[in-house]
Structures are given as structure tokens and as C-alpha cells.
Write a protein that binds this ligand. Structure first.
Ligand code: AMP
Length: 282
């Protein structure tokens, strides 16, 4: 069932009293990565809602909000095949009331500076305010028991978990592993922007992470030394934005990596900003 209105969603949701409900928040252009979250939700919950909403307030002024791929018919078909109960695809006006989208006029949820002043939050100022605001709104609209997020956006899951804990939101966050192409490239809706050559150049992200993990497994724990191993992979085709090795739960910096460490990378390839990450332990 495809619904566009909050009231319609609420009235169906009311009929599900006593059943467990899972929410998979997405921006659409669904791929196997999204489908893995949907499959996990189907295994876990009686009812599954997938939201498809390209959230304007999480995009910066020079980012790709207008050209972000919008494929709702195909997304709805894929969801139907997976047995999703509701695809919720509100318009920006339905979500934000048609006024000016700014924190002068709207209530925003602002996650702590420590969590946003690094990794993607450093270059995408205000991005995680937009993410937390829309995610909390979706939680309030859907009132799910479980919500499913991908490790692909590792900083996002840590921040959403923190918001849920700090604001006592009654939902359990389930994190799902990264789905990759056979080549190693992490699936992303933005991979559609890559040329064939760009797709090859983009393999550097997973290659760097795999190599860091290999070095860690061979006994190198010094974070600076591990990060330095990346430079052999980078060419003038790669515009590295960050490469960090942090604690996977707290995003704290460490001098030495351990089994709770995560390596995270953002790199622009072919004009496309790509992110990837890998746990070093297990
Ligand atoms: P997006 O539509 O990009 O906002 O992504 C919606 C959800 O799908 C987020 O929780 C992402 O982390 C997750 N996701 C995106 N790509 C992947 C992937 N390759 N593997 C697993 N989850 C993913």
C-alpha cells in the first residue's frame, strides 16, 4: 500500500495495535543494500513500513537535493515484492508544512557537537540536524517498535542511537551490515552518478579499508601508521576528504586501534562523494 499522507498512515497504524512494527527509513532509489534492511525487518516484525523521502533539510545548499534519483514507482514495486505493508512517501510540504525550511521557523533536533564535528558532519554542516529531525518525525508518525539502519552510514547510526537514548524514544535500533558489489564497492544510490571509469576508481575506498584491516590483523595497531597505508592507493583521480580510525560506538579518537575500532573513509571520485567503512575487529 502506497501512502502519502500522515493521517492515512496513522489510521492504518492504529489497526495494528498489539503487532510489532518495523520502520526502514530511506530516500528511495532502492538497491540491494536497502532490500537487506527490509528483509531483516520482515524477519523481525509483524508489519513493515518503508519510508521513501528525500529529506530537503539534510542537504546543504550546494549538494545534490534536486538531482537526487527519484524512482518511486520502481521502489514501490520492489517493496511489494518483499512483502512490505506500507510504503510511506510524503511530500516535503506534508512533512514540513510548506513554510520556509530553516531553524528560524522549524523545531530541529541537534545531536551533540562531539558526534557531528567530525567525519561527514565536518563538511556537511547541519546534515545530522536534518537527519535527526526527520528520523524523530518519522518515529513519531510511525511509532515503530524497531527501526533498521545500515552500517554504510556508520556516523548516522551512532548519532541516531544517541538521540534515541538521550530523548528516551521507545524504539530499538537494528543495525545491518554493508552490502557490497562483488567488486567490493559499497552499494549506494549515488553510485548511479559514476561513469564506468569512475566505478573502477571508486574501488579504492574498499581497497584502502581492506588493507587497513589486513595490516591490523597482522599486528599493526598504531592509528597513524594504519592511516598512512592508504597513500599508496590514492591517485589524482581521488580527492580524499577524510580517513579516520575511531571507536565504533563512541566515535572517539584512539592512538592505537583495537577490536572496537572502525575505519571510515570519504572520497570524491568522478565528482561523486562516496563513503565507506569497515570494522577492524570481527
Ligand atoms: P539512504 O536511502 O541512502 O538514506 O539509505 C537508507 C538506509 O539504507 C540507511 O540506513 C543506509 O545506511 C542504508 N544503506 C544504504 N546503502 C547501504 C548498503 N550498501 N548496505 C547496507 N545498508 C545500506
Amino acid at each position: 500500500m502506497l501512502l502519502h499522507k500522515i493521517d492515512e498512515l496513522r489510521s492504518v497504524r492504529r489497526e495494528w495495535a498489539g503487532l510489532s512494527v518495523g520502520l526502514v527509513p530511506t530516500m528511495g532509489a532502492l538497491h540491494e543494500g536497502h532490500l537487506s534492511l527490509i528483509k531483516k525487518a520482515k524477519e523481525t516484525c509483524d508489519k513493515v513500513i518503508v519510508s521513501v523521502f528525500v529529506n530537503p533539510i539534510q542537504f546543504g545548499p550546494s549538494e545534490d537535493y534536486d538531482k537526487y534519483p527519484r524512482t518511486l514507482d520502481r521502489d514501490t514495486e520492489l517493496c511489494q515484492k518483499e512483502g512490505v505493508d506500507i510504503v510511506f512517501a510524503p511530500s516535503p510540504d506534508e512533512m514540513y508544512g510548506g513554510g520556509r525550511l530553516s531553524n528560524d521557523t522549524l523545531t530541529y533536533v541537534c545531536p551533540p557537537f562531539f558526534y557531528v564535528n567530525k567525519l561527514c558532519g565536518k563538511s556537511r554542516v547541519g546534515h545530522f540536524d536534518g537527519v535527526c529531525t526527520v528520523v524523530l518525525k518519522l518515529f513519531n508518525i510511525v511509532q515503530p517498535d524497531y527501526a533498521f539502519f545500515g552500517q554504510k552510514d556508520a556516523q548516522q547510526v551512532v548519532i541516531v542511537k544517541k538521540m534515541v537514548k538521550d530523548l528516551n524514544v521507545p524504539v530499538e535500533i537494528i543495525q545491518c551490515p554493508i552490502v557490497r558489489e562483488e567488486s567490493g564497492l559499497a552499494l549506494s544510490s549515488r553510485n548511479k552518478y559514476l561513469s564506468e571509469a569512475g566505478k573502477k576508481d571508486a574501488l579504492v575506498l574498499s581497497a584502502i579499508l581492506n588493507n587497513i584491516k589486513l595490516c591490523y590483523n597482522r599486528g599493526i595497531t598504531d592509528v597513524s601508521a594504519l592511516k598512512e597505508t592508504a597513500y599508496g592507493f590514492l591517485t589524482d583521480k581521488h580527492d580524499l576528504e577524510y580517513l579516520e580510525i575511531l571507536d565504533k560506538n563512541t566515535l572517539e579518537e584512539k592512538k592505537n586501534a583495537d577490536n572496537d575500532s572502525i575505519a571510515l573513509i570519504a572520497c570524491r571520485v568522478d565528482g561523486v562523494r562516496l563513503i565507506d567503512n569497515m570494522y577492524l575487529g570481527g
